[in-house]
Design a binder for this molecule. Structure first.
Ligand SMILES: [Zn+2]
Length: 424
C-alpha cells in the first residue's frame, strides 16, 4: 500500500534545543510494508492475520531512495487529522520522537492509508496488499514534478501526459493554436505561461483551475477575454494577468470582478477604452496599457491607487472645453426607476427584469456625488495628472506629458456647478 505525498519528519526534540525545522515537505512515496523474509512466515500465517509480522511505515524520497522505516505497532502516540480533507495529516510516533507530517496527498487515499496505519498500530492484520520495502525508482518521482518549462516545439509532450502535480507550467514558442485540454486537468496549477503562441480563444474551463494565480498569455492572437472567465473562480485566485501583444479591442465590465488582480499588462492591444468600473480593482498595483487606442480614461480610474502606470503611446484626445449636456427634464420613468434601484442597492437580475434593462443598469454612470444616472447626465472631460493615482508614471508621450483626459459624469446641474472647478 503506497501513498504519494509530501512528507516532513520533524523531531520533537528540536524546539527543546532551540532549533526549528525548515517547515517544508519533500516529495515522497510512503508505503506500509512488511518484512518479506521467508523465515518469518509460518504455514498458518495466511489463516491467522495476527501471526503476520507487524507492518511498518517506509518513507522514500528522491534523496533517500532506499528509504527510512518506522515501526508502527504500539508506537503511534497520536493522529492529527483535522485537515485530512485537504490532504494533510500528522502522525506522532513514540519512538523515535518525531512527527511525520503528510501533505499534498489525495484526500481519499490519505484516509485509506491512515486507517491502515491504525490497524498496523494495533498490530491487526491489514486486508490490503502490503508492499515490500524496495528502493523507489527515479521515474516514480518524475510524476511529482511541480515545475515544467517548455520553450520550444520539440520539447512539447505529445505522447505523454503532463505530470499531474504541476504547479508551474510554461509552454512558450510551441505554436499552440488553442489551450491543450490536458493542461486544464492540472488542478494544482498556480502559474501558467502560454506566451508566444497562436492562441485565439480561451476556453471557459480555464476558470476551473482554482489555484491559478498567474496567467501569461502575451504574444498570442486573442481578441477577447470572456465574461465566463471573469465570473469564474479566477475571481478568487488570479493575481497576475499578462494579455500584452494580442488583438483585444475591449474588456467586458465583468473584468472588474477579478478583484484579486495586482498586476495587469495590456500593452500592444487595440483597446479603445478601459472597462469603466476599473476602480473596483482595488488591489491593482501594476497597470500597463502602452500602445493601445485609448482616447480617454473612465472616471472610476481616479479610485485606483497604483505603484506603476504605463499608458505610453495612446492617442489621448485633449479635454473638451464644453461639457456634453444630456439632462432630461423632467426625468423619464425609466431614469427615475433606474436611479432608485441603483441608489438603494436593490438587487436585480435577468430573472426579475428584462435582460436589456440589466445591461443598462450595469453600465450606469456614477456621478461625482456618488449617486447613479442612466441617460440623463452632463459629461465633461478634464486633464488629470496620472501621478495623482500612481506612484510611478511612465510618460504618456514623447513630449514629457504625464496628463491624460478623464471623463466625469454629473447627475444634475447642481452637481456640475459644485464641481465645475475640478474640470478646469
Ligand atoms: Zn450627482
Amino acid at each position: 500500500m503506497k501513498l504519494h505525498c509530501e512528507v516532513e519528519v520533524v523531531s520533537r526534540h528540536l524546539p527543546a534545543l532551540g532549533l526549528r525545522n525548515r517547515g517544508k515537505g519533500v516529495r515522497a512515496v510512503v508505503s506500509l510494508c512488511q518484512q518479506s523474509a521467508g523465515n518469518q512466515r509460518r504455514p498458518q500465517a495466511s489463516s491467522d492475520p495476527d501471526s503476520q509480522p507487524p507492518a511498518f511505515l517506509f518513507i522514500s524520497t528522491m534523496k533517500d531512495r532506499h528509504g527510512t522505516r518506522y515501526q508502527l505497532k504500539e508506537n503511534i502516540e497520536q493522529f492529527f487529522t483535522k485537515f485530512v480533507d485537504e490532504g494533510k495529516a500528522t502522525v506522532r510516533l513514540k519512538e523515535p520522537p518525531v512527527d511525520i507530517r503528510l501533505s499534498k496527498a489525495n484526500a481519499s487515499s490519505l484516509k485509506g492509508f491512515l486507517s491502515a496505519m491504525r490497524l498496523a498500530y494495533r498490530g491487526c492484520g491489514i486486508n490490503t496488499q502490503l508492499s515490500t520495502p524496495t528502493p523507489v525508482k527515479t521515474s516514480e518521482f518524475e510524476k511529482f514534478k511541480t515545475k515544467m518549462l517548455i520553450t520550444s516545439k520539440k520539447d512539447y509532450p505529445l505522447n505523454k501526459n503532463f505530470p499531474h502535480f504541476l504547479e508551474h507550467l510554461q509552454t512558450s514558442y510551441c505554436g499552440l493554436l488553442r489551450i491543450d485540454m490536458r493542461m486544464l486537468c492540472l488542478k494544482n496549477l498556480r502559474k501558467l505561461d502560454l506566451s508566444h503562441n497562436h492562441i485565439k480563444k480561451l476556453p471557459a474551463t480555464v476558470g476551473d483551475l482554482i489555484h491559478l494565480q498567474e496567467l501569461n498569455l502575451s504574444d498570442n492572437h486573442l481578441e477577447s477575454f470572456s465574461v465566463a472567465l471573469c465570473q469564474s473562480t479566477l475571481q478568487k485566485s488570479l493575481r497576475s494577468l499578462d494579455l500584452s501583444k494580442n488583438k483585444i479591442k475591449a474588456l467586458p465590465i465583468q473584468f472588474c470582478q477579478l478583484h484579486e488582480l495586482t498586476d495587469l499588462k495590456l500593452d500592444d492591444n487595440q483597446l479603445i477604452r478601459f472597462p469603466f468600473k476599473i476602480g473596483q480593482l482595488t488591489n491593482l498595483h501594476f497597470l500597463s496599457a502602452a500602445r493601445n487606442k485609448l482616447l480617454f480614461l473612465p472616471s472610476e480610474f481616479k479610485m485606483l491607487s497604483l505603484e506603476y502606470l504605463d499608458l505610453f503611446g495612446n492617442p489621448f484626445e485633449p479635454p473638451e472645453v464644453l461639457p456634453t449636456i444630456k439632462l432630461q427634464a423632467p426625468l423619464t420613468l425609466l431614469e427615475l426607476s433606474a436611479r432608485t434601484v441603483l441608489n438603494n442597492r436593490i438587487p436585480y437580475g435577468p430573472h426579475i427584469i428584462p435582460f436589456h434593462l440589466c445591461q443598462d443598469l450595469d453600465t450606469a454612470k456614477t456621478c461625482v456625488c456618488g449617486r447613479f444616472c442612466l441617460n440623463s447626465f452632463i459629461q465633461g472631460t478634464s486633464a488629470m495628472n496620472l501621478h495623482s493615482f500612481s506612484h510611478t508614471v511612465v510618460l504618456v508621450d514623447n513630449m514629457g506629458g504625464t496628463e491624460a483626459p478623464i471623463i466625469s459624469y454629473f447627475c444634475s446641474l447642481a452637481c456640475y456647478v459644485n464641481s465645475s472647478d475640478m474640470l478646469k
